[in-house]
Design a protein around this ligand. Sequence first.
Ligand SMILES: Nc1ncnc2c1ncn2[C@@H]1O[C@H](COP(=O)(O)OP(=O)(O)OP(=O)(O)O)[C@@H](O)[C@H]1O
Ligand SMILES: [Mg+2]
Length: 252
Amino acid sequence: MTDTSAPLYEVRNISKSYGSVIALDNASLAVRAGEVVGLVGDNGAGKSTLVKALAGAHRPDSGQIFLDGIERHWASPHEALQAGVETLYQESSLAPHLSVSANVFLGREIVSPGLLGKLGFLAQKKMDAEAHADLERVGIAVPASNRPVSQLSGGQRQAVAIGRTVSWARKVIILDEPTNHLGARQSKEVLQVIRAAKAKGLGVIFISHTLPHILEVTDRIVVLRLGKIVKDAPTSDFDVDTLLGTITGLLV
Ligand SMILES: Nc1ncnc2c1ncn2[C@@H]1O[C@H](COP(=O)(O)OP(=O)(O)OP(=O)(O)O)[C@@H](O)[C@H]1O
Ligand SMILES: [Mg+2]
């Protein structure tokens, strides 16, 4: 890990309120290329709110966002996508009536106009094969890509959503509780996918309540409590007990 390198993606002093609820209070976070940052905190700590700001899904009330050192003002999630920032939201948005492959390509025509032109001439079978290859390449085992997503198990759907996110990412991947609904084996696969993304030089922000997963795969851990960052330190500084104590506020 290169601690001294400039951040790839960074938010500074982000605040966001929903009415009288202060979801984020002056939160700052940075991820470098080839680094996995774990973002942890209790239910309601503000993790998904921070994710939505990073993804361009909502505008923070104040604060700044920098990609490659350049300040950005995302007007929409598509702007962030186009700039190379891929997000898997906590409530992942697959279209259940569409096939696995249609979901893998969903929305891409807006992001990359070249692809739409290309796809127009591709037979459905070719698209299924490409989607399958994309998912296999990132280490996600899914059933036939021509099956509708509504026929998949919760874990298989989650796998498709993760595969789609990782296969398209160019700079940064944000995964909001990606191992939700997954069994032990599939969770291990997701951790492997995160390691592969890191090895490719992507910056990864990984959110989970499963602290052993966080400790296993991250380089650095950022702890949110009631909308405030209360700790940002190398993973080697923590074990399950100190991490839990920091999250709950019994420590620090
Ligand atoms: N759309 C919304 N409208 C009003 N309040 C919201 C909205 N979204 C989130 N909040 C509030 O903002 C705070 C932070 O929520 P957020 O979803 O960011 O938490 P989280 O850390 O992701 O929690 P979890 O671990 O349960 O996913 C909570 O108090 C929540 O109730
Ligand atoms: Mg959340």
